[in-house]
Design a protein around this ligand. Structure first.
Ligand code: ZN
Length: 249
């Protein structure tokens, strides 16, 4: 997910139970005509799993090839950590990302690394779009973080992916990540009318949980030092590990 120093999400946010009780019954995301290829443009290692990990498994089961564009290596999640330098953190998160994809059964996924600075994707949107566009055809589905997700990297990544998809004539599908934290049911700032649900069968749900478990640097503290606190403590994870995923078409 990635925390930004300028806009930290410090409170507990909307609990998973509030979202669960709301359940507005969005239409199911239509997978009846799956694409030959899917490209996920993920701002930080873990956004691909947290947002659409289950959907990727379902599309793979339907024959789609999956590729990931890792926008940053997530080196900014623990500024001031006495345990891991930014470089060590990036190395660990890259390793975690490959393990997580393997846990989803997507171990042969092609992962492209843009290597942009964590927290500063907004300065590099045109360059990112230029890296994504050659991966796309008019039949590709591009998944990316929603342009209104209120994390600067998530929004910039969404804009860059939209630019690339538009040039290639590919389909863009956005997904919320931080929205589940800051938003509330019926929030007028969120395009719920574009929301579609992806139901995750039990087997896919378990695979997604195992994939999230691979991101140890994010779900567990690096040490007892305050700068080493977990980025994704249990209430955060609960919101993102519900039995459906949501996309905005
Ligand atoms: Zn992120």
């Amino acid at each position: 997910m990635g925390l930004d120093v300028d806009r930290p999400f410090t409170d507990a946010g909307t609990p998973a139970s509030a979202w669960q009780q709301w359940e507005p019954g969005w239409p199911e995301f239509d997978l009846s005509d799956p694409p030959p290829q899917v490209v996920v443009v993920a701002p930080h290692p873990d956004d691909e799993v947290l947002g659409v990990g289950g959907l990727l498994v379902r599309l793979r089961d339907l024959g789609a090839r999956i590729a990931v564009m890792a926008v940053t290596d997530g080196d900014g999640s623990h500024p001031g950590s006495p345990t891991l330098s930014a470089r060590q953190l990036a190395e660990q998160r890259i390793t975690e990302q490959h393990a997580a994809l393997a846990a989803l059964g997507l171990g042969d996924t092609q992962v492209h690394r843009a290597g942009l600075p964590d927290g500063r994707v907004a300065g590099h949107e045109a360059a990112l779009a230029a890296l994504v566009e050659p991966l796309l055809t008019a039949r590709t589905w591009v998944f990316t973080t929603w342009r209104g997700d209120r994390h600067p990297d998530h929004e910039a990544t969404g804009r860059a992916a939209a630019l690339a998809a538009n040039h290639a004539g590919a389909r863009l599908v956005e997904y919320p990540v931080w929205t589940w934290h800051w938003s509330v049911p019926d929030d007028p700032d969120v395009p719920w009318s574009r929301a579609r649900s992806v139901t995750l069968p039990e087997r896919v749900m378990r695979a997604k949980e195992r994939a999230v478990d691979c991101y140890r640097t994010q779900i567990a503290p690096l040490s007892d030092h305050p700068a080493d606190a977990a980025v994704l403590p249990p209430p955060f994870l609960a919101r993102l590990l519900r039995s459906t995923e949501t996309v905005f078409i």
